[in-house]
Design a protein around this ligand. Structure first.
Ligand code: AKB
Length: 319
């Protein structure tokens, strides 16, 4: 990766990945784009262009102007929003991806785009979910993710575009909050624990989902994009997970630092049914074997770091 274009650069992954890549590849070599412009570090610290990813011509022109060799296509709606606005999700998630793939084909770029645990469905094996398995999701987000995986493989086989992807679990970060996802509770809980010492979970006890701390997710994207193509048996997309927990377990971990933290439940049927259709824990063996994926953070280490980074000062943490 010498010169990179990032779409959705002000979103949850993009806002951290852009800054990290600017540190590694050089500020001018990472061009951030988003549909909106803010006063954020991403906009201030390097090249930035306004881009609606459904505008193919504009995407092509920006990529050509900056002579990029890699596209990190992140702009998309997450699962809960996609379920509320399925047609918008189809148009944005699939339209944006087709435009990114076409731009990559025409300009001979590599392309990364995230898939998700949402690419699995109720008939997928729930535990130790294999890399290659049944994918019949019953959500619009899942339909987008499976179609995206297939389309990226198609562009690789048909046109030789170097497409690569990861099936991300819920991503947890103290920098930019996610929006419209099913796993967002695992981020909100830390903010509420510090602010109010209580949290009402919209996901029920006993609902296990895969999760990952953002530093591991950023390392995974760059690790996969730098991996030797000859070693990749899979491309779109690799299972990657760092931990799996249910709301009771994350609450218990927070309680170790904030003993009077209280967890309540008010289950949201839409997000609960999405969560119920996803695996409990996926198997990341192919990612480990083919390009050396590894995660540094488990629930305990992540919780300590999240609380410290969000400004919580605890004797238990510093002891
Ligand atoms: C979501 O909840 O929609 C995302 C995901 C797991 O893809 N965080």
């Amino acid at each position: 990766m010498k010169k990179v274009l990032v779409t959705g650069a002000l979103g949850q992954i993009g806002s951290e990945l852009t800054l990290k890549m600017r540190e590694i590849y050089g500020t001018d070599n990472v061009v951030a784009t988003d549909i909106r412009k803010t006063e954020s570090a991403v906009v201030q610290s390097g090249p930035f262009e306004l881009l609606d990813v459904t505008d193919e011509k504009e995407m092509f022109n920006i990529a050509k102007k900056h002579e990029v060799d890699t596209i990190i296509h992140l702009a998309a709606l997450l699962s809960a929003t996609a379920e509320k606005k399925p047609l918008l999700a189809w148009n944005l998630n699939m339209g944006g991806l087709v435009n990114a793939l076409e731009t990559a084909r025409e300009l001979n770029c590599r392309l990364f785009t995230p898939s998700s645990i949402g690419a699995f469905g109720p008939t997928t094996p729930k535990d130790c979910t294999p890399q290659d398995t049944i994918q019949r999701p019953n959500t619009m987000y899942g339909v987008n993710k499976v179609s995206g995986e297939l389309l990226c493989d198609y562009y690789y086989h048909k046109f030789g575009v170097d497409t690569r992807g990861l099936r991300f679990p819920g991503l947890i970060s103290y920098v930019t909050p996610p929006g419209g996802g099913t796993t967002d509770y695992a981020v909100e809980i830390y903010y509420e624990a510090i602010k109010n010492k209580k949290y009402t979970s919209y996901i029920d006890k006993g609902t296990y989902m895969d999760m990952m701390y953002m530093p591991d997710a950023l390392a995974a994207i760059m690790g996969l994009m730098e991996a030797d193509a000859a070693k990749l048996k899979h491309r779109n997309s690799f299972n990657v997970s760092a931990m799996s927990f249910d709301p009771e377990q994350i609450a218990a971990e927070i309680k170790k630092h904030i003993p009077d933290f209280v967890m309540n439940y008010e289950v949201d049927p839409v997000r609960q049914s999405i969560a119920d259709s996803w695996p409990n824990r996926i198997d990341s063996t192919s990612a480990k074997e083919e390009w050396g994926f590894k995660a540094e953070y488990d629930l305990e280490k992540m919780t300590k770091d999240m609380l410290v980074k969000l400004g919580f000062k605890s004797l238990l943490i510093t002891a």
